[in-house]
Design a protein around this ligand. Sequence first.
Ligand code: PEP
Ligand code: MN
Length: 355
Amino acid sequence: MIIPLHAKLTDAELRELEEIISEFGVRIQPIHGHERSIYAILGDETSQDLINRIEGLAFVERVDRIQAPYKLMARESKLSGHRVKVGTKTLPGDFCVIAGHCTIDPKQKAMFLETAFAVKEAGADMIRGGVWKPRTSPHSFQGDAKSLDILVEARERTGLQINTEVMDFDQLKLCVDAKVDCLQIGARSALNYRLLQQVGEMTKNSSTRVLLKRSMHMGPVSEFILAAEYIVAQGNPNVMLCPRGTVPTIEGFRNSPDESITLLLKERTWAPVVVDPSHSVGKAVYVPNACLAAAAYGADGILVETHCQPKKGTGDDPKQAITPDVLAQIIKDTREIHKFAARYQPKDAAKAAAK
Ligand code: PEP
Ligand code: MN
């Protein structure tokens, strides 16, 4: 819908607009009101180039889109009804828990394996552990490829599937070769569109899942959904959207908690939402309530940094990892809340989950 700057377009302005519009195979329908006229775009208005060209006209105030800019991620797409499996859980529908260290320190293999068994015992569905770490300072521990073997060993020994973050093509290739079950795209890489495409290309037609974090710098919800569209467009629909807090931060929390956007995501897309409360609130003592909140907003799961001895951990673990006994209680409580939350989901989302 095109809203002109003035009450009505002149004939010359309308002609200029129609010239642009015809290049994109759409038409325009003026709607004349008492005071003002607006101009409906008839046809596919999802092209960003089309919108940019119209918004660039001096006599146009703005363009309000009725169609979502994403095609495959939309509720109306042919992928609506697609399900993603995490261990034995099927999303949406079930509630899944992904838990483990922020960072796998290759010098502390035994500790990671201990955590892996403990999160399994607590009821987690998938083990997480950072092999390569996106650290703010180049002087901090950057991770170590050797940790990938430890993660794979944890899968062999516990029987649980595994999740780890990839930040570039080389890491992606190593993880695909190691058959990592779930690739995590972190908050810093969520805006790296080439990486998103490579992940989609490398995992197309496979059962590999992709957990896409929301960048801390993303604004509109559509920006997040479009990032997932990059992966899905290359042939892998097994994406999970992961809100993990944004900037500006709330004093006392690491980021601004954003689990509430689960409602908006579920209204607009079919993809499961797995919330990361650990990086959002950033302090172990706040994590349990944030997990319950995520379940209350209708999330399909949580990703929780968990460590058998947080004080001895690396990266985020000493400050924000919870212990496996706390995780066990959270898992029981969130599964209950998840059942109640389903009653209050936006209408379309609840219908789709029931399919
Ligand atoms: C992580 O999961 O350890 C991590 C680095 O997350 P994020 O990308 O959300 O900061
Ligand atoms: Mn972390």
